[in-house]
Design a protein around this ligand. Structure first.
Ligand code: ZN
Length: 712
């Protein structure tokens, strides 16, 4: 990337950014040029919007896709792609200069896109296209239908009289969500404990002690400071032998942002107001309750289907969870002398049990996974499954670490993959896949190929020693590659429905979770592993140990996820549904807690103490995008496992789970079709039937629990 500084970019400087591009023009990009180019693209997009609005307002003649939609779409794509590059750099090259560009442009961009989504003329134009346009094909029709639906769900059909209230609700809801997060953060930070007696630290690993000592030093204190932040809280619960300390910490954590703390940090009134306003919002839009509104753009067909799904899963998983619980209680009593097992003993006893059962270290395992070998094996797996080959190519990037590949299938280019795998200071943590381009055929016949960034935070290589990955990191790489392939291998040539775009939210994790299963196969692991010193592939004994550890407490974890999902879904479909005579949708905190109790009685194997205030810290649904959608985690996992089961069935008859026949079908029916049809239709086309939960149980919970009583 160009690093020289410059005053005012010339129009020659901006040409590579503003003309149509297939590859993000990182070589022509400077912060100054990006700002100027985005302002220019924004002006062009605004002009295209004005022209499209005028056409709707001034003519009653039939609009056409080619003349009305396509020019608008092109202008918006230029702007969106350019802004996408800056947003991407904000995540992977967060220097002061790029951060300034991002923060300066963000408000303008947010305002532009949100006004665009609310524009009544554009909405009307799209509806007219759907009704009359002579040049719609199936893809264009589907793309328009989904755009119209999105606008409908954001209030496009609201009567004028309802609009001010609707907007007021939305504003209030976003303020409440922000307040919910702030309260939780403030309450988390408000509690700390300075330990001065080293004996209290018994059991804690050295790294945690060092962290706590540094935290105390920052306060000018001697001793060890512990807060409720995860890096402190989790080790205390897992390792601290001082049971009273664990109990104290557990209670502090479990009652954050509740009536047990300062009133100004209490999330109780906030979450009930959120629930009430969501019901009012959903009913303004014509839905019986918020859960039904949440499902409108999702794959799950109805609230009943979600309830039934969670109930079925709970019934099936519960015996596994009971077995896990019995094993843990027995171990805690007999080996640790802890009985009865209290809420603050669970993590502690679980960690001891895990160590006792599966004695192998992550470090021992990672010696078998040098990154270059893993990548070779991963690419080879994709080639065998889908007939797609990888060719390393030279393209402009944002950092010397980035590797770029062209993907070909049957002699034709299908897309481009950028791998940015190593942690560095300017990169956000975590792992994700993001797209720079979607597949699209322009009116003149040119095709844009999809371009995908795959970003991880693995340790960089040291000297001539390659990076080695833990198996968890291998799973992360497979997960993100699963998303990437979904976007890259699409055949759909209308960008709004190509690849990942517009795929139902509760189905979008299918390809990613599906792909992870391959990284558990003996056969595949042989091609991913070569010991850094000896070159030896993964030994069978170590494979058996990691497979056994895979299912550790999976039953308990599954019912916990179901508990959260069922609670989320019930409060959004049962509380505040009927309005008061004044039109309010009141929700009482007692009812929220009652539903939580009922859900726990139905699915949980451990019941937390009565003073536990779980809802007050459930950010996913009160401050994130998961409201009446937490079930999606399990829903997508069912699809992923059931799809993978087809490969296991092929392995039974043809001997290998890497089966090109099933692979080709998975590509054709699931990956290639994007959102050109509903996800359920795609699944049925691949599997020949609707999804079943059996495969999930077998693949994530391990062997069937004994039907014998498991007590003493
Ligand atoms: Zn994912």
């Amino acid at each position: 990337m160009t690093t020289m500084t410059e005053k005012t970019p010339t129009s020659d400087d901006l040409t590579p950014l503003l003309t149509h591009w297939q590859f993000p023009p990182f070589d022509a990009l400077t912060p100054e040029r990006a700002t100027a180019a985005i302002r220019s693209a924004l002006a062009t997009a605004q002009a295209a919007v004005t022209q499209a609005k005028r056409a709707v307002q001034t003519t009653n003649a039939a609009l056409t896709w080619a003349e009305w939609y396509a020019p608008l779409d092109e202008a918006l794509e230029r702007l969106g792609a350019l802004w996408g590059v800056v947003a991407h750099l904000h995540s992977v090259l967060d220097t002061p200069e790029w951060r300034a560009v991002y923060n300066e442009l963000l408000p303008e961009m947010t305002r532009f896109w949100s006004e665009l989504g609310q524009d009544p003329d554009l909405y009307g134009g799209m509806k007219r296209l759907l009704a009359q346009a002579p040049d719609l094909n199936a893809w264009r029709r589907r793309a328009l239908e989904l755009e119209v639906r999105d606008r409908l769900l954001s209030g496009a059909e609201l009567p004028e009289t309802a609009r001010p209230r609707f907007l007021a609700i939305q504003e209030r809801l976003s303020a409440l969500a922000a307040k919910f997060s702030e309260n939780l953060l403030d309450a988390t930070n408000a509690y700390s404990e300075l330990v001065t007696d080293e004996a209290q630290l018994a059991g804690l690993p050295e790294t945690v002690r060092a962290m706590a000592r540094a935290a105390a030093e920052r306060d000018g204190a001697s001793g060890w400071k512990f807060t409720l932040q995860m890096p402190f809280y989790l080790p205390v619960m897992q390792y601290a032998e001082d049971r009273a300390w664990r109990a104290r910490f557990y209670r502090a954590y479990a009652t954050r942002a509740s009536e047990f703390g300062p009133p100004e940090q209490d999330n109780g009134p906030i979450l009930t107001e959120i629930l009430a306003l969501r019901q009012e919002e959903a009913q303004l839009l014509g839905f019986p309750h918020y859960a039904a509104y949440s499902l409108a753009p999702k794959m799950a067909p109805s609230p009943e289907a979600v309830r039934d799904f969670l109930a079925d899963l709970a019934r099936a998983a519960r015996p596994y969870a009971e077995r896990d619980k019995a094993e843990l209680e027995r171990f805690a009593r007999d080996t640790l002398g802890v009985s009865p097992l209290e809420a603050w003993d669970i993590a502690f006893a679980s960690e001891k049990l895990r160590q006792a059962k599966y004695a192998f270290s992550d470090d021992e395992l990672r010696q078998y996974f040098p990154l270059p070998k893993v990548l070779d094996g991963l690419f080879a797996l994709i080639t065998r499954l889908y007939g797609v080959t990888f060719e390393e190519v030279v393209l402009p990037t944002w950092h010397a670490d980035v590797r770029t590949y062209r993907l070909d299938k049957a002699g034709e280019t299908v897309g481009y993959l950028y791998l940015d795998l190593f942690a560095r200071e300017t990169k956000k943590g975590g792992a994700w896949m993001n797209d720079a381009k979607s597949r699209h055929r322009h009116l003149d016949g040119r095709v844009d190929h999809p371009v995908v960034y795959l970003v991880c935070n693995f340790a960089p290589p040291v000297g001539d020693k390659p990076t080695t990955l833990t198996h968890d990191e291998v799973l992360t790489l497979f997960h993100e590659m699963g998303h990437g392939l979904h976007h890259l291998l699409t055949q759909v040539e209308e960008r709004e429905i190509a690849g990942l775009n517009h795929v139902e939210w509760d189905a979008v994790e299918l390809p990613s979770q599906f792909f992870e299963f391959f990284a558990w196969e003996w056969e595949v692991l042989q091609t991913l592993t070569a010991h850094v010193e000896t070159g030896e592939t993964l030994p069978r004994a170590l494979f058996d140990k990691m497979t056994a550890a895979r299912f550790f407490q999976a039953g308990m974890q599954t019912v916990r996820q179901i508990e959260f999902a069922l609670f989320d879904f019930r409060i959004h479909s049962e509380l505040g549904v009927a309005a008061t005579p004044e039109g309010r949708h009141d929700v009482a905190l007692d009812d929220v807690m009652r539903i939580l109790d009922e859900v726990r009685a139905e699915v949980a194997v451990f019941t937390p103490p009565q003073w536990h205030r779980f809802p007050h810290s459930f950010s996913h649904i009160f401050a994130g995008g998961y409201a009446a959608g937490y079930y999606s985690y399990k829903w997508a996992e069912v699809l992923a496992a059931d799809a993978y089961q087809a490969f296991l069935e092929a392995a039974e008859t043809r001997g290998s789970v890497v089966d090109p026949t099933v692979g080709e079908r998975f590509w054709r029916e699931i990956l290639a079709v994007g959102a050109s049809r509903p996800a359920l239709e795609s699944f049925v086309a691949f599997r020949g039937r609707e999804p079943k939960i059996d495969a999930l149980l077998a693949l994530t919970l391990g062997s069937q629990p004994d039907t014998e009583p498991t007590g003493a």
